[in-house]
Write a new protein. Structure first.
Length: 485
RNA sequence: GCCCCCAUCGUCUAGUGGCCUAGGAUACUGGGUUUUCAUCCCAGCGACAGGGGUUCGAAUCCCCUUGGGGGUACCA
């Protein structure tokens, strides 16, 4: 293990967003690439919205994608606890330190007063910032406000003198902020729980995080955090801010920004393969040196480097994901796809109880070529189950009524019934042989047969269809077609 | 409003001053394979946001404009 330590620090406040999991992925890749440690920390300081169920969601999706963490909740480690609400006493220690050093102070302003203040500033064309009103409250004033029942927050005292704050970002280079745009921000809420900006600093330091890799939406928080590191006398970690992932409408990927799904769970439920999602996500903002884009996790780890991470935001192109997922579905071991596909088949109401594993395997193999994701499989199964239905009966019957089609069906029926094996390759040979025997061309052979057997004008290879249907069912369907002439 | 980030085909991207008449992938279109569809193979379409500089030479460096994104909370 090197001393490279990175963390993924989600809040358990909802389903896990695809952009968040991409952040997790990049942290994971960076850790693995550098033989470092990948840590999972739960930032549950939002008491309103955090729940255990959502923490479970985080574990579940990370597990599904194979983003195993070396240290953190569940697995433990030397720098825990890894849930912020279990670290309250730790934060207290540093709040006290800041208060003692006069680098922080109690503020008794109510949210309503704050709103009013900001509104006033806005009207005067001023940027809304905290005025520092409670900076120099005397003890008697504090007592008075406390007697009113006010619960104070703790604010950090941002140095008065104007100063340039540089964030040296691994992806963006040196980004400069003026300390004047930063106001005395809250570090402890009135309920005694630290805010994100404070807890994240204490935790990253104590957990010896070497690189903070997170979304670009945190870039403007970074100077505040650096101020905190400075005040506490700590060396800050390196920062790397990843670009955002956008929806097709170019706004931040959200429920309403186009056709792509927003939550990891949705991709899992639709039957995207974790390998494909990982591969696709890795290419959002990062690119390998050579041109091959189909890469497994090991390939990606081997080639990953933060220098090749792109600065610009990326649109989540579900079309390309679909293509890539299809590639994985086709390339995967059949058994694996069968196991993954079964639940969808069952859920759609198709009965597999009397089918052999071999038959199910052939079924899945027959249709997997046309799938973008596994849930789509149910669109291709009706021809193999239950009563045959013609999608366009009039057209089908018209097809059947063509000259010589009766001979085609009769001959084919006999040849199918005479089959010694249901091996698709043998059936393929039989089909070719049958066509040769017949006084018709391919057009009068394959098309009517397809209609007779499947009721549709297009679909999987006929030899697979015959193998799946079995001799009896094929004969029945051919008879039915004959009766319609 | 203010602060910050970003800007190459529709989309993901390569490109770090000459290898660029800008490469790959996807999507789309056409052809081939499969006497269906899909897969697969081949071909085509398609971009340096605009304007100024710097330079012998700019997709690459600088500035402005425009556009997009993020932040501006007792959310994270």
């Amino acid at each position: 293990m090197s001393d490279i330590r990175v963390r993924f620090a989600p809040s358990p406040t909802g389903q896990i967003h695809i952009g968040n999991i991409r952040t997790a992925l990049f942290n994971y890749l960076f850790a693995k690439k550098n033989n470092g440690t990948f840590i999972l920390r739960i930032e549950d300081t939002d008491r309103e919205r955090s729940t255990n169920e959502f923490e479970e969601v985080i574990h579940r999706e990370m597990d599904w994608l194979g983003l195993e963490w070396d240290e953190g909740v569940k697995v433990g480690g030397d720098h825990g606890p890894y849930r912020q609400m279990e670290r309250l006493d730790i934060y207290q220690e540093y709040v006290d330190e800041l208060l003692d050093k006069d680098l922080a102070y109690y503020c008794y302003c109510t949210p309503e007063e704050l709103d009013e203040m900001r509104e006033e500033q806005r009207q005067q064309g001023q940027p809304p910032r905290y005025t520092g009103k409670c900076r120099c409250l005397g003890q008697d004033e504090k007592d008075k406000l406390e007697a009113e029942g006010r619960k104070p927050v703790v604010r950090f005292k941002v140095p008065k003198e104007e100063k340039e704050l540089i964030v040296d970002d691994l992806i963006r280079g040196r980004v400069s902020f003026s300390s004047e745009v930063i106001d005395d921000f809250v570090i402890v809420k009135s309920d005694g729980i630290p805010t994100y900006n404070f807890a994240v600093v204490v935790d990253d330091y104590l957990m010896k995080i070497s690189h903070v890799i997170r979304g670009e939406d945190h870039l403007s928080n970074t100077p505040k955090q650096q101020l905190l590191y400075e005040a506490l006398g700590w060396k800050s970690p390196r920062f790397a801010h990843l670009s955002m992932i956008l929806g097709t409408d170019k706004s931040k990927l959200s429920k309403r920004s186009g056709e792509a799904y927003v939550y990891v769970s949705e991709y899992r439920k639709k039957g995207y393969l974790p390998e494909a999602l990982i591969n696709f996500l890795s290419l959002l903002g990062w690119s390998p040196e050579d041109e091959e884009e189909i890469l497994n996790k090991e390939d990606i780890i081997k080639q990953f480097s933060i220098e090749r991470v792109n600065k610009s935001a990326a649109v989540f192109d579900v079309e390309k994901l679909n293509w890539m997922n299809g590639m994985y579905i086709r390339a995967a071991e059949l058994d694996q796809i069968v196991e993954l596909a079964k639940p969808y088949i069952l859920e759609a109401g198709y009965d597999l109880s009397d089918k052999s594993e071999e038959w199910i395997g052939l079924l899945v193999d027959t249709v997997r070529g046309s799938l973008d994701y596994l849930a789509e499989i149910t669109d291709h199964l009706d021809i193999f189950f239950g009563e045959l239905e013609y999608t366009d009966k009039e057209k089908v019957v018209e097809d059947f009524k063509q000259d010589k089609v009766d001979i085609v069906f009769e001959t084919l029926k006999d040849n199918i019934l005479a089959l010694e094996t249901l091996d698709p390759q043998e059936i393929k040979k039989m089909l070719k042989k049958t066509l040769k025997e017949l006084p018709v061309g391919g057009r009068l052979f394959y098309h009517p047969t397809r209609f007779a057997l499947t009721g549709k004008g297009s679909g999987p290879e006929l030899y697979n269809v015959i193998a799946l249907l079995g001799k009896e069912e094929c004969a029945n369907r051919l008879d039915k077609a004959l009766s319609l002439r």
